[in-house]
Design a protein around this ligand. Sequence first.
Ligand SMILES: Cc1cc2nc3c(=O)[nH]c(=O)nc-3n(C[C@H](O)[C@H](O)[C@H](O)COP(=O)(O)OP(=O)(O)OC[C@H]3O[C@@H](n4cnc5c(N)ncnc54)[C@H](O)[C@@H]3O)c2cc1C
Length: 186
Amino acid sequence: MRQQFDADVAVIGYGPTGVIAALSLAQQGAQVLALERDRDIYPRARAVTVNDWTMRIFQNLGIGERVEKVIDPQRALRWVTYEGDEVMRVEHPPSALGAGSRCYNIYQPVMESELRSCAQEREDLITVRYGAEVTEIEQDDSGVTVTTTDTDTGEVRTYRTRYAIAADGGSSRQPDPAAPGHPAAR
Ligand SMILES: Cc1cc2nc3c(=O)[nH]c(=O)nc-3n(C[C@H](O)[C@H](O)[C@H](O)COP(=O)(O)OP(=O)(O)OC[C@H]3O[C@@H](n4cnc5c(N)ncnc54)[C@H](O)[C@@H]3O)c2cc1C
């Protein structure tokens, strides 16, 4: 078993969770290898709101002011019909966390792009491989072997890290129900 590590932690998936995981680890001085299947940020809006807990995380990472420039404070939430009749209104109280606003409107592709720019500035500790789909993970007593397949060329590579974080989100591969450890296999 190879004992030389390519990084301390492999972060699998580089959406918002993966980027924040990478930045948090880099803040602690860990070497991170982020492996992302897609070459570009998913181009459509999904999340439309983040709250002050999320802002606190950004602030703790020292990127709060930068992210605030690409998101908007949400003072209230108002639902209206096409005719303009108000059906619901929620006024947000001020943040109790000292984070500014209680809620923020976001356009996810823009926020993700800013997060990735912030992480790019930690390239001393964060390496990102795009187009690298993780196809296999094997854990042993001393670490993890992560296998990727290049989404264009099909080239297979393996990386050895001490730990791996699965940040592969909603499009995560479904586990094989016949695989050892799967509840259905018991
Ligand atoms: C319609 C809709 C509305 C939503 N509204 C909100 C909202 O208002 N507020 C909110 O907080 N959230 C909302 N969400 C959820 C929000 O979009 C997700 O919480 C957010 O994108 C999760 O980030 P993530 O990094 O965990 O996962 P993702 O954004 O899914 O990122 C995972 C990444 O992992 C990569 N990946 C997957 N498998 C592999 C693999 N095998 N190898 C390498 N890379 C891989 C993917 O390409 C992707 O880039 C909404 C979602 C949807 C669909």
